[in-house]
Design a protein around this ligand. Structure first.
Ligand code: 4AD
Length: 465
């Protein structure tokens, strides 16, 4: 008999009296004086485990009484109305096969008690068995489907952009090298230094920091496109918001200006928040109970609110007049730090902010210069509780302006020849943004650190597993 996921039993796809086989891992076992055992069995298909009743007349009841947290079992039994409080249905077992014992239960790292989040991080291979990381994984999956659905419904095409590339999209020099060099036989220059310019089969190559430049080429052909894939930053940032490997969603839209993609970002976020509330109420209730009591209410609030659009220049004035002592000084031209962003989104506005029109000197080379000549048509979306989750802009589509900007920034025209072609052959206004997927998952769940919302976090000095 095929086995049934726990979710199908708890969500009522089976009725009292049905015969089922359920497979999973023991979360807890409790023996009653009346000669029976209660096993909470989880298989990850939903937040709750299902209760299994094992009567002492099972031929291997002695084994059942040795089951500990983490053992894997297959249960054959009958669905029954539960007499206890909580779930409506449970399973009365007439057969329990032990698939895998837990060696030395006293040292099983995922024993059924609360563990610190740092402890779980050190056991990334076992932590998905816990309530919290299991719930994060299901929310992450739900959000990623919702994002694809949103773009699909709006007529966008998903484009696969490369992971290995020669372009530094953000121009920030934070790229990981990809090397095929045979270390025993490395090419060296006249002074004996390794010649890295040949490290990818004779060319230089890196892991991508963003799929944007590549996806722009498809926007300038298919009009509405997006990428959704892993991106890499070789920055030595040890913060709760930074990873060396993270996933990014990057829509790119032809014939769209900054205001159009700001609206797209707002619509997308509201769509995915609604989806997660509708599709994962069990996991969201857990986050509200254990991680952040406002986890559900703040999403509901954001869905109802209009995002507040604010110019960078106005934000600087607001920060200056706030009377607050910030660690990083505030003056026109500086990048906003997280304390500034937090003050603006949490204390001043109390809603997500679409911050626009930043000084050009603190932004990337591809952003469109505004008429004032000092600012660019860039936006960041700052969410209360996490800060920047989206960065985007209108792209400079005027070849002459683009070329002067490259020159001003000391960048080489030849390195951007294919990108410049888009401006040479039928150029069009176009805009896009990047949403950091882990920051989104952290925002939705209330998890404090992006390392706990990606299965295997890569941070400086940490690429275990
Ligand atoms: O602002 P960023 O660097 O923008 C770009 O990469 C553009 N090319 C996007 C585009 O316009 N298509 O990054 C975009 C978002 C940030 O807002 C943040 O959410 C996330 O990516 N992000 C990170 N997330 C985790 N760890 C890091 N080190 C991140 N760096 C950026």
């Amino acid at each position: 008999m095929a086995h049934t996921p726990v979710v199908e039993i708890l969500k009522g796809k089976h009725s009292v009296g049905d015969r089922v086989v359920v497979k999973g891992w023991v979360r807890t076992r409790r023996d009653s004086k009346a000669g029976l055992s209660f096993i909470a069995l989880h298989d990850g298909s939903c937040f709750d485990p299902v209760q299994v009743i094992a009567l002492s007349n099972l031929n291997n009841y002695a084994d059942v009484q040795k089951l500990t947290t983490g053992c894997s079992i297959a249960v054959t039994g009958t669905v029954k109305a539960s007499e206890g409080q909580g779930q409506a249905l449970e399973i009365e077992a007439d057969g329990i096969d032990v698939l895998g014992w837990v060696e030395n239960p006293d040292t099983y790292p995922m024993a059924a008690k609360r563990h610190s989040i740092e402890f779980l991080r050190e056991h990334a291979h076992l932590r998905p068995r816990t309530n919290v990381i299991g719930a994060v994984a299901r929310i992450r999956n739900c959000l990623s489907h919702a994002i694809h659905r949103f773009f699909h419904e709006q007529g966008y095409f998903w484009i696969s952009t490369p992971i290995v590339t020669a372009s530094d999209c953000e121009g920030a020099g934070e790229m990981f090298r990809v090397s095929t060099l045979d270390m025993l036989n490395v090419p060296r220059d006249d002074e004996g230094r390794v010649d890295y310019s040949q490290d990818f089969f004779g060319k230089e190559a890196f892991l991508t920091v963003s799929g944007q430049l590549n996806v722009e080429t498809y926007a300038c052909a298919l009009s509405k496109v997006y990428t959704f894939g892993p991106t890499f930053r070789a920055e030595n940032s040890n913060t709760s918001r930074h990873l060396a490997e993270f996933w990014m969603i990057e829509p790119e839209v032809a014939f769209a200006d900054l205001s159009d993609v700001a609206q797209l970002a707002e619509d997308m976020l509201k769509y995915v928040f609604k989806a997660v509330l509708a599709e994962r109420p069990d996991d969201m209730a857990f986050f509200a109970e254990r991680i952040n009591k406002d986890a559900i209410s703040r999403l509901e609030k954001v869905i109802e609110q209009d995002f507040v659009r604010m110019d960078y220049t106005d934000a600087i004035e607001i920060l200056k007049k706030s009377g607050k002592q910030f660690e990083f000084p505030v003056e026109w031209g500086v990048d906003l730090s997280s304390e500034h962003e937090r003050y603006l989104a949490e204390e001043h506005v109390g809603a997500p902010i679409i911050m626009q029109n930043y000084p050009k000197d603190i932004k990337a080379f591809y952003m469109r210069i505004n008429d004032d000549g000092k600012t660019v048509a860039a936006m960041d979306i700052l969410a209360p509780g996490i800060g920047e989750i989206i960065g985007g802009s209108q792209r400079e589509e005027r070849l002459d302006v683009f070329d002067s900007r490259l020159e001003e920034m000391g960048l080489n025209k030849e390195d951007y020849s294919w990108y410049r072609d888009l401006r040479r052959y039928g150029t069009v206004p176009h805009s896009g943004f990047g949403l950091g997927f882990e920051r989104l998952v952290a925002y939705v769940t209330g998890m404090q650190n992006v390392r706990d919302v990606i299965p295997f976090p890569r941070t400086p000095g940490n690429a275990a597993y």
